[in-house]
Design a protein around this ligand. Structure first.
Ligand code: FAD
Length: 489
């Protein structure tokens, strides 16, 4: 049996561990932190449990097919609950808009709140999103781009779907109302991109959400991670937490051993789920061969400030996913992505899981997290100094919009900053999602799922093709599996 080591237990790492076990490998997952899940791990604080990261679960079949590999039914491991509406958008003029309850309801809402033209425009936008989905998702999301030539056959189709436009400019070409354009071009932010620069290929997320729906784990995203843990135990996939990989020893062709904080392990095959930018710099300690992956030209995603809190008041009229837009939009994104400066007027994503799943009423309290995109650690922001001040801005915005009297209702609270992403999750520059989803960092231009430097090294997760987000990293495991089958079975 091939001795395979998976470095990291994000959803990409969990998925490839299962896929390789099903192929007959002897798999060990090494995780630096004290629990599994990576960005999707559980955070425990004063008797409360919080999902650390992903809360919008889409394309659930990608999870189910992993359990199918072992002839098991994923519903015996975790259940998914439908979330409706998908999102509530709240704008600076105090108006709001619900997206994703039903298409008919949404079109009526657009007609009533905005205009008949925008309702027609939205249908045309959705049609365009489907065209992109049919090409970019169905054909390319799990396609292993091994060289630049492998992209050539798709160029005509990519031209037809206007990949060269940004998500924002594509949405703007269908809709007039500014609030609506802001709202319906926000999807890149969910995978680490600026809507003004992310290739319009990512418009596919909009159709993907309508096609399969938006879900949440029954018992939280953490219930999905626990489901994987149970599968690991049953199938004999070994996992070691509190075990950081520090170094890999190789002969310039193959990795022989993996050095960890807990000792050295032999390996026939290594799959890294760690951020590739971190992996090359700190573990492999060589520069990537591929010119597109040179440190000097890579653009990493924004950072994230995430505030976890529970309140004695139950805010029952707040939806599961609320996005609160600040008045500044393009300028705010410029400050975050390009100028990389401290901002005090963030736009926010608020997660209130008890809207879908009452089990998230813990200790008779409502629990939440709120996420603010901020500059990554290429900025000079000292979060030790600024964190508390920033948190107060976030609390003020929430109090003035959807959570009145928040401050006096909080019973538990803590926050993480880009420093957590850099120091705990080993994310280069403390970026929230790895490298950005711009065209020159997509498909073959992204980090390769198979290393170009060593024969028995592979990558899985947000930095590799197709990219960040739960469906992205689960698809990346399919790409990596195909390449391992081809070269290292
Ligand atoms: C706050 C937040 C909210 C999000 N919301 C959503 C959402 O709603 N829907 C969605 O689809 N996506 C969402 N995302 C994105 C999504 O969570 C990620 O893209 C995805 O989970 C990343 O998975 P991954 O496989 O790349 O691994 P990661 O989750 O990044 O995990 C990598 C793991 O590798 C470990 N590691 C690193 N270095 C080492 C080492 N040297 N030795 C051992 N272990 C190591 C890390 O500790 C970590 O556990 C969100 C992300 C964040 C941060």
């Amino acid at each position: 049996m091939k001795k395979t080591i998976v470095i990291g237990s994000g959803f990409g790492g969990l998925a490839i561990a299962c896929r390789l076990k099903a192929m007959g490998h002897d798999v060990t997952v090494l995780e630096k932190l004290d629990n599994l899940g990576g960005r999707a791990r559980t955070l425990y604080h004063n008797g409360f449990e919080y999902d650390a990261g992903p809360t919008v679960i889409t394309a659930p079949y990608l999870l189910n097919e992993i359990f199918d590999l072992f002839d098991k039914d994923s519903r015996d491991y975790f259940n998914l609950l439908r979330v409706k509406p998908y999102y509530r958008f709240v704008f600076s003029d105090k108006s709001s808009f619900d997206y994703g309850s039903s298409l008919k309801g949404m079109l009526n809402q657009i007609k009533k709140n905005y205009s008949k033209e925008d309702a027609i425009g939205y249908l045309r936008l959705l049609k365009h999103s489907k065209r992109i989905f049919d090409t970019a998702y169905l054909k390319l999301a799990d396609y292993p781009f091994e060289n630049i030539q492998s992209m050539f056959p798709y160029v005509p189709e990519l031209m037809r779907i206007k990949f060269y436009k940004s998500v924002h400019s594509s949405v703007k070409s269908y809709l007039h109302n500014e609030n609506l354009v802001k709202a319906l071009s926000m999807h890149p932010l969910l995978v680490g991109g600026n809507p003004y620069t992310t290739t319009s290929i990512y418009l596919l997320i909009q159709y993907l959400e309508w096609k399969w729906g938006v879900y949440y784990g029954d018992g939280g995203t953490r219930s999905i991670v626990s489901g994987f843990k149970k599968l690991f135990d049953e199938e004999g996939i070994v996992y070691k937490t509190n075990c950081e990989v520090l170094n890999v020893n190789h002969d310039n062709k193959r990795i022989k051993t993996v050095e960890t904080s807990e000792g050295t392990l032999e390996a026939d095959l290594v799959v890294s789920n760690a951020d590739p930018s971190h992996f090359y710099e700190n573990i492999l300690k060589i520069a990537p061969k591929k010119i597109f992956n040179k440190k000097s030209i890579l653009k990493h995603s924004m950072g994230l400030f995430v505030f976890y809190f529970s309140t004695k008041k139950i805010y029952s009229d707040v939806q599961h996913h609320t996005i609160i837009f600040n008045k500044r939009h393009k300028e705010l994104l410029d400050d975050i992505f390009d100028n990389k400066i401290y901002i005090n007027d963030p736009s926010l994503y608020l997660h209130r899981p008890s809207a879908t799943d009452k089990k998230n009423i813990q200790n008779s309290c409502d629990s939440f997290y709120v996420l603010a995109p901020v500059a990554n650690n290429q900025s000079n922001i000292d979060w030790n100094e600024k964190g508390e001040e920033f948190c107060q801005h976030v609390i003020s915005i929430l109090s003035e919009t959807v959570l009145p009297d928040l401050k006096s209702n909080i019973v538990d609270q803590f926050f993480v900053t880009p420093d957590y992403f850099e120091n705990e999750l080993n994310s280069f520059n403390g970026s929230g999602f790895g490298i950005q989803p711009i065209f020159r960092q997509s498909a073959y231009f992204r980090y390769s799922n198979k290393s170009q430097e060593l024969n028995n090294l592979y990558f899985v997760g947000a930095g590799s093709h197709p990219g960040a987000g739960v469906p992205g990293v689960l698809s990346s495991a399919k790409v990596t599996e195909k390449l391992i089958l081809k070269y290292n079975a």
